[in-house]
Design a protein around this ligand. Structure first.
Ligand SMILES: NC(=O)c1ccc[n+]([C@@H]2O[C@H](COP(=O)([O-])OP(=O)(O)OC[C@H]3O[C@@H](n4cnc5c(N)ncnc54)[C@H](OP(=O)(O)O)[C@@H]3O)[C@@H](O)[C@H]2O)c1
Length: 324
């Protein structure tokens, strides 16, 4: 009997191994790779959360293309290390670090003020920074993940909109996740204080990213500024850093073996920021460098409008700061 049980376990391992191998093959075949030698000389690109992961890989790509790249980061030690590495690999010295903590509206305002005071243009804003599994509230009284992933970026984009418009054609890229499809929008729970767990907070804020991106697109119609959102794939990054140690170790190993590298995960971000194919596309959602389907709530104009007003109130945008 013990012998039988042993072989049963071995067989399960085979099945799981086989499934994971198939997953890896599927991932490699479908993974969109953006191939273009288009240059970005003279352009200014901001990438939030670019001291590691997908953001850092995207920032390196933009630097290689000759852009001035602004690493908008919270951890400045890590950000300066990333900057040195990016300069060394890209041979582009025009890479700067600016302090941005998306969990604080005051920090977002300071960052935007500094950018407006020091930059003449902004060609691409990549809203990439993200966090999951932090179970506390920010100094502004909002669920941590919700403020970092959505409200901080919402405020930032609004504050930089005039600079983006002035630099048109320009682009806003929102890094969401396929998990947005299970997120929920409840107008009576916009700060997610009643959401059941950290996972749902994450899913909700990724849904907010897509709804927000589409509403930016509507409001920016005719301005030359585009707004699109994306799912980067399942990517081996530090995104699991706040989950319990054991779960993190197992998931990280799986991510490393069977899913995308940060460079692969950055491809759709780079595609949306650089490609001529999407110059006139706005209000769309992308996966693997291709337009993809999303859920109907993200395309509902009335919901988008109401969502927008609520978000403006929550982030404290004054009437004169609301661009439409
Ligand atoms: N990895 C995936 O499988 C996956 C899948 C779908 C979507 N995404 C999305 O992809 C984006 C990038 O994530 P990643 O996978 O590259 O994860 P990551 O390696 O953990 O990078 C996240 C970045 O966000 C920054 N960040 C966190 N809190 C911040 C704050 N308060 N203010 C400013 N920056 C902050 C981090 O900086 P610190 O080092 O200072 O914390 C880091 O640079 C996120 O929006 C994530 O939701 C990832």
């Amino acid at each position: 009997m013990e012998y039988e049980a042993f072989w049963k376990i071995i067989t399960y391992f085979y099945y799981i191994g086989g499934l994971l191998a198939l997953l890896k093959i599927y991932q490699s075949v479908t993974s969109g790779i953006f191939k273009s030698d288009k240059r970005l000389d003279g352009q200014v690109v901001i990438v939030t959360g670019s001291n590691t992961g997908i953001g850092k890989a995207a920032a390196l790509d933009f630097a290689k293309r000759g852009a001035k790249v602004i690493l908008a980061c919270r951890d400045l030690i890590k950000a300066n290390e990333a900057k040195e590495e990016i300069i060394e690999i890209s041979k582009n010295k025009n890479v700067v670090v600016r302090s941005l903590d998306l969990s604080s509206f005051a920090s977002v305002r300071n960052f935007a003020k500094e950018i407006i005071a020091t930059e003449n243009r902004l060609d691409v804003l990549v809203n990439n920074a993200g966090v999951g599994g932090v179970d506390k509230k920010t100094e502004d009284g909002i669920e941590w993940g919700m403020q970092v992933n959505h409200y901080g970026h919402f405020l930032l984009t609004n504050l930089l909109i005039d600079l983006l418009k002035k630099s048109a054609p320009s682009r806003i890229v929102h890094v969401s996740s396929m998990i947005h499809k299970i997120g929920r929008l409840d107008f009576d729970n916009m700060k997610c204080e009643r959401s059941k767990n950290g996972f749902m907070v994450y899913a909700n804020c990724k849904l907010y990213n897509v709804i927000g991106s589409n509403e930016f697109a509507r409001r920016l119609e005719g301005s030359g500024v585009t707004s699109n959102s994306l799912h980067p794939g399942v990517v081996n990054t530090e995104i699991m850093r706040h989950v319990p140690y054991l779960v993190r170790c197992i998931v990280n190993k799986l991510l490393q073996l069977f899913f995308k590298s940060p460079e692969e995960g950055a491809q759709t971000t780079i595609y949306l920021a650089v490609s001529d194919d999407v110059t006139n596309m706005s209000g769309k959602y992308f996966v693997d460098c291709q337009e993809a389907s999303t859920i109907s709530i993200t395309e509902d104009r009335e919901i988008g409008q109401k969502f927008w007003e609520k978000c403006c109130d929550i982030v404290g945008l004054k009437p004169e700061e609301r661009f439409i």
